[in-house]
Design a protein around this ligand. Structure first.
Ligand code: ZN
Length: 369
């Protein structure tokens, strides 16, 4: 395997804890020939980035990988090719991203902002201390699917629902809302479900999504076995709505896997996530294929299979309303968005969405319901 220089040499295993694999090694091969070091970005901060390389953690200059296109800007989770020497050491290039989390900014000129790259698992934290907001879960699911990552819903504070039957009903409710997604109830008090969660995230890179109070910090601390996240106060946006310096860390989990903390994801925005929305509401898409008219709006059209499903009770009306709301929101964002940027965003990730749907179909087929 002479074209994979890091396949056999010793540095590979130091990066393995950060998620390095044969695929990244293959992408890096041309840079290895130039004598550059591979490394993963653990933090980006105004022109500089902390990168864990085969030489350990270094602070590198990002001037060469800071294009005007906001979606191509270096971010936490990126794999980089770094100069082996220099003061500062320069990051020469970024490897192609497998997945990326982007949010639409609230500025008048709508632009995407990259929050995290190369994420495998999107853990959506939902607190059982308050009433389940299925619509909110659907928004997070859409965002997760759109990124290319596999969502996982974690219901936290399960100890507050002592009745096992009641708990299983809640889990079922969320499972119905999240086709193709594993739903796991956990408790930091009793330890319930935490071993399963640790095993699920041990392979690959994870992010924690969810509203404030959903228990993200507690989950992170549990996975990390430390209070590292305490310093990650919500100081992403200051009082005037301006973006301030943020700390986004990428942390290696003691039980295996990597956790990226992204405070920016606390304010969810959908960015042309039509594919993501479609995936969350896959049962509606399936029904729509049976509508008499190809462009059926499921309003009052004759022969509408979606309305028929609501009529016979097999589709909750809430699901259709939620789907409409997300589609409308999505269209507003699309209308504000520069078409070229969207093209950049979508390139390469459509394939992932297709694979995600295939996985989902397999999982649904295997579920005994
Ligand atoms: Zn219809």
């Amino acid at each position: 395997m002479s074209h994979l220089p890091f396949h056999t040499s010793t540095p590979q295993h130091t990066l393995a804890a950060y998620g390095w694999d044969d695929g990244y090694a293959a992408d890096f091969a041309p840079y290895a020939e130039q004598g550059l070091l591979p490394g993963r970005v653990v933090r980006v901060d105004r022109g500089q980035a902390d990168v864990f390389t085969t030489d350990g953690l270094i602070r590198a200059d990002t001037a060469l990988v800071t294009p005007h296109d906001p979606l191509r800007v270096i971010c936490t989770g990126d794999w980089a090719a770094v100069e082996p020497a220099g003061d500062p050491q320069l990051i020469r290039a970024l490897l192609p991203r497998r997945t990326a989390f982007v949010r639409s900014t609230s500025s008048k000129r709508s632009e995407g902002q990259i929050l995290a790259a190369n994420v495998d698992h999107a853990i959506i934290a939902v607190s059982l201390a308050v009433e389940l907001d299925l619509g909110r879960i659907e928004r997070y699911l859409a965002l997760a699917w759109e990124s290319g990552a596999q969502p996982l819903v974690v219901l936290t504070k399960a100890d507050l629902v002592p009745d096992p039957t009641g708990l299983s009903y809640l889990v079922e409710d969320v499972e119905t809302t999240a086709p193709g997604v594993q739903v796991l109830a956990v408790s930091s008090e009793t330890g319930q479900g935490l071993d399963v969660l640790a095993a699920l995230v041990a392979d690959g890179t994870s992010v924690l999504l969810g509203a404030s109070g959903a228990g993200k910090s507690t989950l992170a601390n549990t996975l990390l076995g430390a209070d590292v996240m305490e310093v990650q106060a919500a100081r992403d946006v200051d009082g005037k709505g301006r973006h301030t310096t943020t700390t986004r860390n990428l942390l290696v989990l003691p039980g295996g896997g990597v956790l990226i903390d992204t405070p920016g994801l606390r304010g969810v925005g959908l960015w042309d996530s039509e594919a993501g929305v479609g995936q969350v509401f896959s049962e509606i898409a399936e029904l729509a294929e049976q509508c008499r008219f190809h462009d059926c709006g499921h309003g009052a059209e004759p022969g509408c299979a979606v309305l028929a499903a609501i009529e016979d009770g097999s589709l909750p009306e809430r699901r259709l309303e939620s789907w409409r709301k997300l589609m409308r929101e999505n269209q507003r964002i699309v209308a504000k968005t520069d078409a070229r940027l969207r093209q950049e965003m979508l390139r390469g990730w459509k394939q992932l969405s297709v694979e995600g749907r295939a996985n989902m179909a397999v999982k649904r087929g295997g579920r005994a319901r």
